[in-house]
Each structure stands twice: as structure tokens, then as C-alpha cells.
Ligand binder design. Structure first.
Ligand code: HAM
Length: 424
């Protein structure tokens, strides 16, 4: 038997209703914040991620699904959305549009070759947001407020927003020098990736999945001690906004994020429940990326955004015992007796559907009892039984399955009868 690839999942009908519910909620929330949907390709040039995400990150070095197409081009299934959205912004010269900043969101599958765990998949669905073209602490605050709004709107309570500033490029330069000094004497005890990162990108040592629990990582210098005045002041202003918005947060000077493009504001939203015993606690992550556009040959614009996976949102809902209101109901089930009635029903349900009524019938020659059971399984609000007699009399009993009452309706009036029912 051929099985689905490791780290992927089938979303079966009972679950896809939850996905749709979540996605609809997210689309509605985006309207409140004036963000518009963007859809970019599922694969991009490998170079986009190597340059944008950073070729010494775990994502690029170890986790990408990269392949050559028949024309010999190196392509990669997108591991994240930011680089692709920025590529699209640059390619379509969105900086020239009048309504700045450009506020975008996306929702779709991403691919990372990671170790399978609860909450960690090789194909997962990210919903993400990017605001490009404004360097203003109030838009950083808007993004953070949106993150909280999304999770709270589902009733989640055990949440911890963790923030940090990783400064501008000048602060980062000094910090990197301090990290090299700190790690150099012990680098022999680190994995080969960290050894090669020491001089190219020492910050990546801090979130190496192999070495991150080492003592030297725990007592490494903190970026916050290397922030220059501009970076400090930007961070202070973001925090003032958060206080003003009554958004509680925890500052973690060790939060550096795993992708290279971040500058200034960086954040993660975590599960904060002492009873939670899963390994994955991060629900969502993001931050500001001031150099990314220019790194990808774009204009001197900056952006900020975040992404969450629907898989982890569902995991958090499950953890807090929150069930989504996705009970699906159905309008009408047509029970038939005999061949003539069945033929009549085929045409009838076709006409009813064309009039916006959700209707179905039996296809397995079930007895009446079996057909009624099927109506129950579908949660049908109404049933009708059509037999020779109903056809002869042109009259049918419409049974309301909730009240149990039956009303007689002319067969050729059935469509109008249902069209006039408000609850259908
Ligand atoms: P990230 O932290 O790599 O950031 O991923 C963001 C979120 O995607 C995570 O917090 C998690 O919810 C989800 N996620 C990541 N990997 C997996 C996985 N293997 N299985 C399930 N869920 C996963 C980014 O991707 C950035 N592009 C976010 C961003 C947008 N920064 C600025 N703008």
C-alpha cells in the first residue's frame, strides 16, 4: 500500500471544515486591518531563499526541497513566504503604488525537511502577513496587535508574546564581533555547521538545533547590550505602543529567530500553559526586515510581518479544549419509493440545487428506513418521501426534522416552498 510521505497529512472532510472555518476567520480579520491577499508560486528559484533567508540558516542548509527542472534550473519548494512576497513586491514595483504601505497576507503550503513531531510537519500551511514600505513603530505594534487578535478571537488564553530587538545592521556588526570572540575558544566542541558559521554568521550558532543547549550558548553575549541609540529608541517606541494597547509581553534578549533577514523587532507567540507537555511551544513568529528588499535587488524599503501555521493553531485549540463551531447542516433529503419516484427525484433535486437548496437523495437502493438514517447522518433539516401516490396526487409531505411536524405542499410548488424558508 502506498502511504503519504512522512511529515505530510491528509485533511479529511471532518477536519477540512475546521480549516475552512479558521481560514474564513482569518480572511475576515484581514479586512479589519486592510490587508489584501497575495498568492505567489509554490516553487521559486533556489537563489531567492539562499539569498533572502540566508545560506547559513538551517532552513536553507538542511531543510529545503530543492530540485532541478527539465531545463536544468534549480528550483525550491517554498520553505516560507516572506522572501517570495518581497520578490513579488520588487518584481511588480509595488513601491510605486499610491497606497503605501503595501499590506499583504497569504495562506498556503510551505515545505521544510524537518524531523516529524507533533506540530512539526514537512508540508505545513502558513498564514502570513507582510507590511512593506513603512518604518514606523506603530506598524510594528499593529502587526503584534493583529497576532494577539487572531489567537484571542479563537478563545485561546494561555499565550505568551515574547519580543526582542535585534537592532540595525550597525548594532548587528558589533554583536557579531562579540559572538566570534565568545565562541572562538570553544568552537571545536560544536557541530561542523557551527564551526563554519563562526566567521560567516555567528548568530546562527545561537539557534543551532544541535548545539543550542550548550553552556557557551546559554551564556553568550546578548544582542540587547549591543544596540546603538537608534535601535534602542525604535525598540522603546514599539514597547510604548504595546503598553498603550495593553498587550502584555515578555522580553527575551536571546530571541534571535532562525532566518537571517530580521532587524529590530523580533517576536514569537508561545503556548504558556504549565500543563502543556508537548515539545513545540511556538505558535507564530515574525519580525522586521529592513535590509531584505535591497538584498534582493529591490528599493530601499523596509517591511515587517509574521507567519503562523494552521496546524499549530489547531494544536493549541486542541490543547485548550476549544472546539470550533463547525457542525454542518443540510437542507433536504429526498426519500424515494420505486423507479418512477427515483427518476422524478433526480430531476427535482437538480432543480432544487439550481435554486440554492442543499439537497441529496439515496444512490444505494436503500429501504425507506435506511434512507431516513442517511437523512439523519446528513443532519438534514427536512425530508420528503416521494412514491407513486405522491406523484399521482402532485402533493408531498415535507417533514421538519427538528419539530417533527409535517406540512403538505404541492410537488410543483416545492422549489418555491424552500426558497421562501429563511432558515434554509
Ligand atoms: P518561522 O518562524 O520560520 O518564520 O515560521 C513561522 C511559523 O510557521 C512558526 O511559528 C510555525 O507556526 C510555523 N511553522 C514553521 N515550521 C513549521 C513546521 N515544520 N510545521 C508546522 N508549522 C511550522 C517564517 O517563516 C517567517 N517567514 C515569518 C515572517 C513573516 N517573518 C516576517 N514576516
Amino acid at each position: 500500500m502506498i502511504k503519504m510521505p512522512r511529515g505530510t497529512q491528509d485533511i479529511l472532510p471532518q477536519d477540512s471544515a475546521k480549516w475552512r472555518y479558521i481560514e474564513n476567520r482569518l480572511h475576515t480579520l484581514m479586512e479589519l486591518y486592510n490587508y489584501k491577499e497575495i498568492r505567489t508560486p509554490i516553487f521559486e528559484s533556489t537563489e531567492l531563499f539562499a539569498r533572502g533567508v540566508g545560506d547559513s540558516t538551517d532552513v536553507v542548509q538542511k531543510e529545503m526541497y530543492t530540485f532541478k527542472d527539465k531545463g536544468g534550473r534549480s528550483l525550491t519548494l517554498r520553505p516560507e513566504g516572506t522572501a517570495a512576497v518581497v520578490r513579488s513586491y520588487i518584481e511588480h514595483k509595488m513601491q510605486g503604488e499610491p497606497n503605501q504601505p503595501i499590506k499583504l497576507y497569504y495562506n498556503g503550503p510551505m515545505f521544510r525537511y524537518e524531523r516529524k513531531q507533533k506540530g512539526r510537519y514537512r508540508q505545513f500551511n502558513q498564514f502570513g502577513v507582510e507590511a512593506i514600505g513603512a518604518e514606523n513603530p506603530s506598524i510594528d505594534a499593529e502587526i503584534l496587535a493583529m497576532v494577539m487578535h487572531i489567537y484571542e478571537s479563537f478563545g485561546l488564553k494561555h499565550l505568551k508574546l515574547v519580543i526582542n530587538s535585534i537592532g540595525d545592521s550597525e548594532s548587528r556588526k558589533e554583536y557579531n564581533e562579540a559572538l566570534v570572540k565568545h565562541f572562538e575558544p570553544v568552537i571545536d566542541t560544536f557541530c561542523s555547521d557551527c564551526q563554519s558559521r563562526l566567521h560567516t554568521n555567528p548568530m546562527r550558532i545561537l539557534d543551532c538545533k544541535i548545539d543550542r543547549d550548550k553552556e557557551a550558548v546559554k551564556n553568550a553575549p546578548c544582542i540587547t547590550d549591543y544596540l546603538n541609540n537608534d535601535s534602542k529608541s525604535y525598540y522603546e517606541q514599539v514597547k510604548l505602543h504595546l503598553d498603550n494597547l495593553n498587550i502584555s509581553y515578555v522580553e527575551d534578549p536571546n530571541l534571535v529567530r532562525g532566518l537571517d533577514y530580521y532587524t529590530h523587532t523580533a517576536f514569537e507567540l508561545m503556548i504558556d500553559n504549565p500543563e502543556y507537555d508537548g515539545a513545540i511551544t511556538t505558535l507564530c513568529g515574525g519580525g522586521r526586515y529592513n535590509g531584505l528588499l535591497q538584498l534582493l535587488d529591490g528599493p530601499d524599503e523596509t517591511g515587517i510581518g509574521f507567519a503562523l501555521s494552521i496546524e499549530r493553531l489547531l494544536m493549541a485549540l486542541d490543547e485548550e479544549g476549544i472546539s470550533l463551531d463547525v457542525r454542518e447542516d443540510f437542507d433536504l433529503f429526498v426519500v424515494t419509493m420505486g423507479e418512477d419516484a427515483d427518476r422524478y427525484a433526480v430531476k427535482l433535486i437538480n432543480d432544487l440545487r439550481r435554486n440554492g437548496i442543499r439537497v441529496d437523495k439515496d444512490y444505494l437502493n436503500r429501504k425507506i428506513k435506511g434512507q431516513m438514517k442517511q437523512a439523519d447522518r446528513l443532519n438534514a433539516k427536512y425530508t420528503v418521501v416521494i412514491g407513486d401516490q405522491e406523484l399521482e396526487n402532485n402533493e408531498i409531505g415535507v417533514k421538519n426534522m427538528i419539530s417533527g411536524e409535517t406540512e403538505n405542499v404541492q410537488l410543483d410548488e416545492l422549489i418555491n416552498y424552500f426558497k421562501n424558508r429563511k432558515e434554509v
